[in-house]
Structures are given as C-alpha cells and as structure tokens.
Design a protein around this ligand. Structure first.
Ligand code: ATP
Ligand code: MG
Length: 402
C-alpha cells in the first residue's frame, strides 16, 4: 500500500477556545515550513487535525520531517476513500495486505463521525472485517489483543482507513510560550535542557561563555554545531558568544579558590540577565541537575541564583543522567556533546570547589571587586551574535530569491 495522505492529530486537547485556534493555526504554519523540502505536499486543516496530501512525495521522508515538529500528537499514513462500502472494503484489504509476514490476528475499529452514514460502527466492523477475512484466509479476529488494529473513520469529508499510528513529539508549537535565554555549554546537559524548553513552546536564544585562548576555537564551534542540531526542531536559533576570559582571570586572582566556581557562575547569570533584558526574554534555562557537581548542590544553586530575579528554568533538575543521555541521543546532540573539547569552566575549575558556599564571604568578596560592573559591560559589548537557520528555512529563503 502506498499511502496517499497523512492524518495528523494535534496534542494538548485540553486547550480551549481562542488558544486552541491559535495553537492549531501555528502548528499548520510550522508543518508547512518543515515540509518545504517536499513541494508537492498540500495541507488541509480540519478542526483538531490536519490532512496532508502526499501527491507523490515519499511517506517515510515526510514522516521523518513531521517527527521534528513540536505540538504534533500523532499521525498515520492513510488511504482515503469515498463512502461507498466497496471502496472502503478494498482500502481495508490493501492496508492489511501491506504487512509481510501477514499478521495472524486483527480487529476492525470503525468510527462514525458522520452520523448520517447508514451503517453504525458495529455493523461496519462486520461488513469490513468479513470482507478482509474472506480475502486473507490465514487471518483471524482477536478483539482483545489484535496484532493489527484497523481503523475506519467515516467523516463527512471522506473515509480514512489506516492501521499505523506514529507518535509525534507532542508539546507546544515552537515559540508559542514566549522567549528565554538558554545557557548553552558544550556538554551533554544544556542542549537537552534547551530542547525540552523548546518543546514546551519556548523560543530559545543561546548564551555561551568562552575563554579564548584557554578554550579553543573548536570548543566554540562545538557549541555552534549543537545549536545547529537544535534548529532541526525550530526555524532558527540566535546564539550570543560572550568573551569570558578577562573576567575569569581576574576572578581567579581575587577570589578564594574554593569559591571561584560560585563567583564565576554568579557573573554568568548576571550577564545572561543583561542579555535577556536586551532581547526581551523572560527566563533563563540551564542544564543544571541536582547534586551532579559541587555547583549544583542545593546550597550552591541557592547562592548562585541570588543574582537574578528572572525565573530560572531547570528542565533536568530531578532527572537521572541515563534519562538525559537517552534524550540527547534521540534529539541528535549526543555525538557532538561528547567530543572532548574543553569548556570555560573546566579550565578554571579549582581542586575542591565549595558545595556549601558562604553567602557572607561571597558578598564581601564581590563588594571589593569594584572592576566587576565595567568588566561585565565590556563582555556584553564584545558579545558576538549569530543566527543559525534551519535547513528548511534556508531552502525557503533560496526560493524567495528566484
Ligand atoms: P552541561 O552538560 O550542560 O555542560 P554540566 O553538568 O557540565 O552541564 P556545569 O558545567 O556545572 O554542568 O554547568 C551547569 C550549567 O551551566 C550548564 O548546563 C549550562 O546551562 C551552564 N553553563 C556551563 N558552562 C557554560 C558556558 N560555558 N556557557 C554557557 N552556559 C554554561
Ligand atoms: Mg559543563
């Protein structure tokens, strides 16, 4: 069977009224953009779902693109027929015959959204099931645990026959929840945190601190590559590259060694907050994970986050490392994250960073650093900004050129 259509179901059905309409309209736009490499496809929007006409495009490639769109709940390759019983039966048989080897058991689940249709669902189960059984003698019905469940949806706009349901990413359409700054290192955690935030509809701008020449150009490139991988799921990601060397060197000279990480991270959050205000972002996202390292104990998190009033979102805070790694493999960032280039923090990491930093000493130290404001302003001024566009977005821009 070559499917002619893909039936797409939208998620978060609890959304109501205007929000739901907005959600669906944006989802249709996002799908259109991700399907730019398949110019023959056409999308038709019906309430709560969409129907994509493949018009000759490959199902597998289009399906792979749909699996990168936030907000899609699930989708199915479908045959669309008229309401004629004979055509429905033929379509059902074609769907069942696509399996190799042939399944041993199945069940038909007919649903009648068009109540004017003459047969009710029970009757349709028999009419369609009986026909399939007659043509596939090895097959039996099993209502409890069928190997294949064959769906027949009778709707005013046509009848849809399918047996396969693929899971979408779920979540909210890209950017529908507002903007936030993602503190992006070259590690495993922060790209996953960014992806989870994007999945909940946050538009993400990345902030990366680098310490050239202590960290190499390749370490910077690694972070750009990670951001590029994340653009598979959105249109683009803007990344702010903040030079951090001067601040780090000076902090190292003037701080107690065991408080260096705490102080460095306090400065990172201050600078990120400044960038957030400049870019109209309303939160900071990090890849922090409770207890993972000295700077991620509860006392450290507390000491560090005092410097900002923005909400700090930590999608990974309670996760197991295994789970984080699993997501990073699934979204495609793992391979890049494990490349061995140094990070700005690891270069300056002290032998025994404090797990319980003393707030009084921190405040004292910072009060004596009268240079800090200027250095931070300088870092913000020297920040490079670049926007990485998704492959689909680039394609669309090319089309506009010609
Ligand atoms: P990751 O795997 O994301 O690097 P990590 O477990 O190595 O995290 P840390 O190095 O302590 O932990 O960093 C904690 C968080 O601080 C990171 O997840 C990231 O959000 C942020 N961060 C760390 N280093 C940088 C950096 N150089 N630039 C921007 N953000 C950073
Ligand atoms: Mg790290």
């Amino acid at each position: 069977m070559t499917p002619q259509f893909i039936l797409v179901r939208f998620g978060e059905v609890t959304l109501k009224g205007r929000n739901r309409t907005k959600f669906e309209q944006q989802l249709i736009r996002d799908m259109k953009r991700k399907l730019a490499p398949f110019p023959n496809t056409e999308i038709e929007h019906t309430f709560g779902r969409a129907l994509i006409a493949l018009n000759g495009e490959q199902y597998d490639s289009v399906a792979a693109a749909l699996k990168r769109v936030f907000g899609i709940y699930s989708f199915s390759p479908v045959l669309r027929t008229s309401q004629e019983l004979d055509s429905i039966r033929e379509a059902a048989l074609a769907v069942m015959q696509q399996y190799d080897p042939e399944p041993k058991t199945f069940k038909v689940s007919a649903r009648r959204a068009d109540k004017s249709y003459p047969h009710d669902s029970q009757k349709m189960n028999h009419l369609v099931g009986g026909y399939v059984l007659k043509n596939m003698p090895g097959l039996k019905v099993n209502v409890r645990e069928p190997e294949v469940q064959l769906w027949v949806e009778i709707r005013p706009e046509g009848v849809f026959v399918y047996a396969q349901i693929e899971q979408g990413l779920k979540g909210f359409p890209a950017g529908s929840s507002g903007k936030s700054m993602l503190m992006l290192s070259g590690g495993i955690d922060s790209p996953v945190a960014g992806w989870l935030a994007m999945k909940r509809g946050l538009k993400v701008e990345a902030v990366h601190f680098y310490s050239y020449p202590y960290t190499s150009e390749r370490a910077k490139q690694k972070v750009i590559d990670l951001a590029r991988t994340l653009t598979q799921y959105v249109d683009d990601i803007t990344i702010h590259l903040v030079p951090f060397t001067d601040i780090q060197v000076r902090l190292k000279q003037e701080s107690n060694e065991n408080l260096l990480i705490t102080l460095m991270r306090r400065v990172m959050f201050r600078i990120t907050e400044k960038l957030a205000h400049a870019r109209d972002a309303k939160a900071i996202i990090t890849g922090e994970n409770l207890g993972q390292v000295a700077s991620q104990t509860l006392s450290s998190l507390y000491a560090i986050e005092q410097v900002t009033t923005l909400p700090i979102l930590r999608p990974l805070i309670m996760m197991e490392k295994e789970e984080i790694i699993r997501i990073s493999e699934q979204i495609g960032t793992y391979e890049t994250s494990i490349l061995p280039y140094e990070d700005c923090c690891t270069v300056f990491v002290p032998k025994s960073p404090s797990t319980n930093p003393n707030m009084k000493i921190i405040r004292q130290l910072e009060r004596s650093m009268d240079w800090l404001e200027d250095y931070m302003d300088q870092a913000v001024e020297s920040t490079e900004r670049l926007t990485i566009r998704s492959e689909e977005q680039k394609l669309e821009e090319l089309e506009h050129l010609f």
